[in-house]
Design a binder for this molecule. Structure first.
Ligand SMILES: Nc1ncnc2c1ncn2[C@@H]1O[C@H](COP(=O)(O)OP(=O)(O)OP(=O)(O)O)[C@@H](O)[C@H]1O
Ligand SMILES: [Mg+2]
Length: 377
């Protein structure tokens, strides 16, 4: 029971407190144990559904709460191959990453077990079932931005092997009982066999978050994650969805909307009205500038994640001023830049053939840019 009993509610409260227990603290679960924890994968336990399968809330015999992802595409991935890949992911540990607690591979079932995050996803607070409750004040948002940037920077620069997330979006940023951000579902691309699901969709990712080169060519790289993270930053600052439907035929991406405001230095107008003007102006400006820098069409112009962390923290006044004075934010270049750097990127939805919703988000409006595009890789 050791580590299992220490998980609920203690994440992120006292840095360092759980250090010893954090080492390879995963284990293999039996199907029976997970069936009993989730009341036999009862519909009432279902937290939602993503591109890889359904997620169920459960409680183990020791009282600790778990989230169990039941993969729908187990097909041609052998038990041992699956186990090896999950075990690699399970060794990735960082305070801002939702680590695997264990897995089960029995018969046709492939299940991944995580700690349950009581505050669900960032998406549910910005656009879903918690949106009306206004739990996300400015300080929390800034912390979520920095923490999740650090988690992704860890995946890109420090994890062995380095991991490209490929599906960064607000529903994959989960929040623990202290609203500490935990980036979830990293490395999932590796767990699903090529061609096992959604053969019509070649690219994994989510409407509105996809970097153009990934949407068009399926070329995944760290900078695709940077692009998606930039969208997430703009979403966090503004409370807007990555793509808003203005009318049945016209869509406006969050970058198309925010860039002109940033060029006119109208940062306050980007701020989520739910913040009721209570925010740190300098921090908001940083979040917006960095978000836009990340979402440039040319991937070589995007910062890398370690720079994103540095910029968000405001650690380098020089880098920040360079960014602010970048051509991208010059008012006179509006049309040409917008054409070449943001707006002309392909409509990601062109590449999308399948949509699905999560139960947690069923009260969302029709235009929900968190719809996942599961992939065949
Ligand atoms: N550990 C967890 N604790 C609480 N809620 C969770 C947990 N893991 C997932 N969820 C929620 O369950 C729902 C489904 O998650 P899932 O990861 O399957 O889909 P998704 O994040 O919408 O898309 P994707 O498949 O691209 O990750 C989401 O609303 C997610 O926030
Ligand atoms: Mg997810």
């Amino acid at each position: 029971m050791g580590w299992a009993s220490c998980c609920k509610g203690s994440d992120g409260i006292l840095p360092g407190r759980r250090k010893k227990k954090k080492e390879t603290t995963w284990r293999i679960f039996s199907l029976k144990e997970l069936q009993s924890a989730t009341n036999n994968f009862n519909y009432d336990n279902k937290l939602g559904e993503g591109g890889f399968g359904s997620v169920y809330w459960g409680q183990l015999w020791d009282g600790s709460q778990i989230a169990v992802k039941r993969l729908k595409s187990w097909s041609n991935k052998a038990e041992t191959e699956f186990a090896i890949e999950v075990e690699v992911l399970a060794t990735v540990r960082h305070k801002s990453l939702l680590s695997l607690r264990g897995y089960c591979a029995e018969g046709q079932e492939r299940l991944i077990v995580y700690d349950y995050m009581p505050n669900l996803s960032l998406h549910s607070h910005l656009h879903g079932q918690h949106a009306a409750e206004c739990h996300l004040g400015w300080e929390r948002r800034m912390k979520i931005a920095i923490d999740s940037a650090e988690g992704i920077a860890y995946l890109h620069h420090h994890a062995t092997p380095h991991i490209i997330h490929r599906d960064i979006k607000s529903s994959n940023v989960l929040l623990d009982s202290n609203f500490q951000a935990r980036v979830a579902d990293f490395g999932f691309a590796k767990l699903i066999p090529d061609g096992a699901t959604h053969v019509t969709t070649k690219v994994k990712g989510t409407l509105g978050y996809l970097a153009p080169e990934y949407a068009m060519l399926g070329k995944a790289s760290e900078s695709c994650d940077v692009f998606s993270f930039g969208i997430l930053l703009l979403e966090l600052a503004s409370g807007k969805r990555p793509v808003e439907k203005l009318n049945p035929t016209t869509k406006l991406t969050i970058t198309e909307w925010a860039l002109p405001l940033a060029r006119d230095k109208k940062f306050k107008e980007v701020a989520d009205p739910k913040l009721k003007d209570v925010f740190e102006e300098a921090e908001l400006k940083r979040m917006v500038l960095v978000g836009l820098a990340c979402t440039q069409n040319k991937q070589e112009q995007r910062p890398v994640m370690s720079e994103v962390v540095e910029l968000l923290k405001g650690e380098s006044a020089e880098k920040l001023s360079n960014l602010e004075n970048d051509e991208m934010f010059k008012p006179d270049l509006t049309s040409s830049f917008q054409d070449s750097s943001h707006s002309s990127r392909p409509d990601s939805s062109d590449c999308i053939t399948e949509e699905k919703t999560s139960k947690a988000d069923t009260i969302d409006e029709a235009v929900d840019s968190s719809e996942t595009v599961p992939s065949a890789r």
